[in-house]
Design a protein around this ligand. Structure first.
Ligand code: GDP
Length: 478
């Protein structure tokens, strides 16, 4: 039988061999078919409407993707300046990323949902640091922005104050809702430092204008997707696509992000080394944002308090550990991911030197401890992606507040996480608790009511959007 998960996850219609997202070397994308051996079936059913939408998106991408006749036609038009803004020909949204991998994956997912809703083709501006992380998600085509695009050399320079920036043009009144002569492309600044005019992207009136522009180039590092659920233009379609609002990232993330063969090699190796024989797999992700307000001892106490409160791991006794050949011992494996090694060392020592009160055996591992975030290093992003995926294979997952790295892991896993609240010198009480939804948090949402033209708390707009558990001004679907 084909379970729902497989329908989205493996896309059975895919040819056995796909080119990787590097666009050059051929690779098989082993993860697409093998993930089923490692990952639990998703208990969350995707709507048949979503599946049909993805199939028709794949057709669109194949027809309009790089190097197709339709693509060449739009490039020619862009070069000649002869644009028919009312044409039904292919339109595009180009994602330009920044920040860490978790942020990027969340903003790509947001851009993809925007592409689905507006019948645009999503293309990714792939800098060196992103090469070879993911398989191509769409069959028989590529999502990588080709080199021959006329604005190629400008991509890195696109900024909020750039000439083609939509927000800037609105501010200076070089564009308005009655402008007839629209440019062939516009830049949308959707990063955490965006201003009021950039955020007008989230107004229905602005979407009516943007729908006529063939190329939208979007720089983003945020999960802006929840704000699409606040717009009446997309409301009906989103309800059909996602009857269960809590699973949007879960479904789209599993559909889009398949580890490349190289990353898959790392994941399967870690899995065999750590998780394969365990009876219970526990992932703990520890992200420290401010070392001064998060001293090692306090964070460690918080983790131990969380483990105890949630009964994730057994308590240890005071005696010395004696290796026992007993067959009845159950085993729990903890995979810790962190830039630093101290936390896992402490847990390792604790469970290595003392017997547990229940007699269970606990092993603790950490795949890497690289010390510093280096998101512009390709190998660093590969390691990060392998660890995010590994966490998503755990039975129980504890993630750090504020961290998009953690959001992606629990979203792919398909489980409400245990959130370690942000520490501010003192240990929060409770130290952790279960999230109300497995959806990621949008850290920097607009607070503007486009109709009333006033500031508003957007978490009160619709029943399925609320403030996040970990960031009080953030919003999330639930
Ligand atoms: P966020 O900053 O926690 O929201 O997550 P991001 O993924 O956007 O950025 C953090 C980046 O730092 C990651 O992408 C990694 O490059 C690196 N990083 C942070 N924590 C870890 C970790 O536990 N393991 C590894 N390998 N890298 C990490």
């Amino acid at each position: 039988f084909i379970c729902q998960d497989t329908a989205l996850d493996s896309i059975a219609r895919f040819a056995a061999t796909m080119s990787s997202a590097t666009g050059s070397e051929e690779e098989t994308c082993l993860s697409r078919n093998q993930s089923i051996l490692y990952r639990k079936f998703s208990p969350h059913k995707s709507s048949s409407y979503l599946i049909a939408k993805l199939r028709s998106y794949e057709e669109l991408h194949k027809r309009c993707g790089p190097h197709t006749n339709s693509y060449k036609r739009t490039i020619k038009q862009m070069k000649s300046g002869q644009i028919d803004h009312n044409s039904t020909d292919c339109k595009y949204v180009v994602w330009v990323g920044l920040a860490g991998l978790g942020n990027r994956m969340l903003s790509i997912t947001s851009a993809f949902l925007y592409a689905l809703l507006t019948n645009r083709v999503l293309l990714i501006n792939q800098e060196h640091d992103m090469v070879g992380l993911f398989c191509e998600p769409f069959p028989n085509t590529s999502w990588i922005l080709p080199e021959d695009i006329p604005f190629r050399s400008e991509v890195r320079r696109f900024k909020q104050k750039y000439g083609h920036s939509y927000g800037k043009m609105l501010k200076s009144n070089t564009i308005n809702y009655s402008t007839k002569l629209l440019p062939p492309y516009l830049y949308l600044h959707l990063s955490n430092d965006y201003d009021h005019h950039d955020k007008l992207f989230f107004c229905d009136q602005d979407q009516a204008l943007l729908s006529k522009v063939p190329w939208l180039i979007m720089k983003s590092n945020v999960y802006f997707l929840p704000s699409l659920f606040l717009m009446s233009s997309f409301d009906q379609e989103l309800n059909k696509l996602f009857p269960d609002k809590e699973t949007v990232f879960h479904h789209l993330g599993r559909y889009l992000f398949h580890p490349s063969d190289r990353v898959w090699g790392l994941i399967t190796k870690y899995y065999q080394d750590y998780f394969a024989k365990a009876e219970k797999r526990i992932g703990i992700q520890i992200r420290i944002f401010h070392a001064e307000t998060s001293p090692f001892g306090s964070v460690m106490d918080q983790i131990l308090a969380c483990i105890q409160k949630e009964k994730l791991l057994p308590e240890v006794g005071t005696g010395k550990s004696i290796a026992s050949p007993s067959k009845n011992q159950t085993s729990k494996v903890v995979v810790v991911t962190s830039l630093f090694r101290g936390y896992s060392d402490k847990l390792k020592k604790m469970y290595g030197e003392h017997p547990t009160k229940t007699g269970e055996v606990v092993a603790v591992y950490q795949p890497s401890y690289v010390g510093r975030q280096r998101s512009y290093w390709n190998s660093h992003n590969m390691q990060a992606w392998a660890e995010i995926y590994l966490l998503s294979l755990s039975d129980e997952l504890v993630t750090s507040a504020w961290s998009t790295f953690g959001y992606v892991a629990h979203g792919l896993r398909g489980m409400r996480p245990l959130i370690l609240y942000k520490i501010d010198r003192t240990i929060p009480d409770p130290p952790c608790s279960r999230g109300v939804s497995m959806e990621p948090c949008y850290h920097a949402p607009p607070i503007f009511d486009c109709k009333a033209k006033t500031t508003v708390d957007t978490a009160t707009f619709v029943p399925h959007v609320r403030h996040c558990e970990d960031i009080r001004w953030g919003i999330k679907l639930f």
